[in-house]
Design a protein. Structure first.
Lengths: 77, 169
């Protein structure tokens, strides 16, 4: 059996810090948030990879047309 | 450091902890600064903790981000209408051993009853030899004064959190 996750609550008005076990609802909410954040990160990475692949493909096509590497670089600056 | 820069509260974790909340934040300052040195016990090299203000849910959060990665490439984006929180990045379980991300969140005019733009700056261990820079503009559309801040992740022991208040005079 795994330990129940805990949370730390710092009361700024009193300076008192409590360590409390998470409720079942808090655990479920945390998992939902974690999955949503991870999905978003993966989507951002996939988008960045797609842009990089498109750029590489475009550069290859420009090179096939006879442009030099310097000319291609100048186009993208 | 400005003489008006005052430590409100801090906490250093002594065991793995699922969330850290600063509650009952006094309304006696102009701005807030949250600084943290954290590492998560989950994920791979990087992990995305989330931050919530006043326990507010819904789509009150959005952000624009710019990241400079260890691969010397940039990553940019806009995330509108974030559900219930803003995700950001810290070192994860397989980042270099004993390395902690540093995070600074600046919250201006936190007591005003208006929507609140804020900034995030972070340095993350992207692999064993290089780091990653993350700069983000956050927007919290809720107009209530901020009285609590919750950061959620499986934070590792020795992660530390410092909340400062700054007065404009």
């Amino acid at each position: 059996m795994s330990d129940t996750p805990t949370k730390v609550v710092v009361d700024c008005s009193t300076g008192v810090t409590e360590v409390l076990p998470l409720t079942a609802q808090e655990i479920a909410d945390m998992e939902t948030a974690r999955v949503a954040a991870e999905d978003q990160r993966k989507a951002a990475e996939a988008e960045a990879a797609a842009v990089a692949a498109a750029k590489k493909s475009a550069n290859a096509k420009l090179a096939a047309l006879g442009l030099t590497a310097e000319e291609i670089a100048a186009l993208t600056k | 450091m400005a003489t008006t820069y005052t430590l409100i509260s801090s906490n250093t974790l002594t065991s793995t902890t699922a969330s850290v909340t600063f509650s009952s934040i006094p309304a006696t300052y102009t701005d807030l600064v949250l600084r943290a040195s954290t590492r998560a016990t989950t994920g791979t090299i990087t992990v995305q903790p989330t931050i919530t203000f006043n326990g507010t849910g819904g789509t009150a959060y959005s952000k624009t981000y710019l990241r400079f990665l260890a691969s010397a490439s940039f990553e940019t984006g806009i995330s509108s209408s974030q559900p219930n929180q803003i995700p950001y990045m810290v070192n994860g379980n397989t980042s270099a051993a004993s390395t902690f991300s540093n995070t600074e969140i600046y919250i201006p005019n936190y007591t005003l009853t208006v929507a609140k733009p804020m900034s995030f700056s972070g340095t993350i261990g992207n692999n064993t030899s290089t780091g990653q820079i993350d700069k983000e503009a956050w927007y919290f559309s809720n107009t209530a004064a901020i009285t609590s801040i919750t950061l959620t992740a499986s934070f590792a022991s020795d992660s530390s959190f410092y909340l400062y208040g700054i007065k404009n005079s």
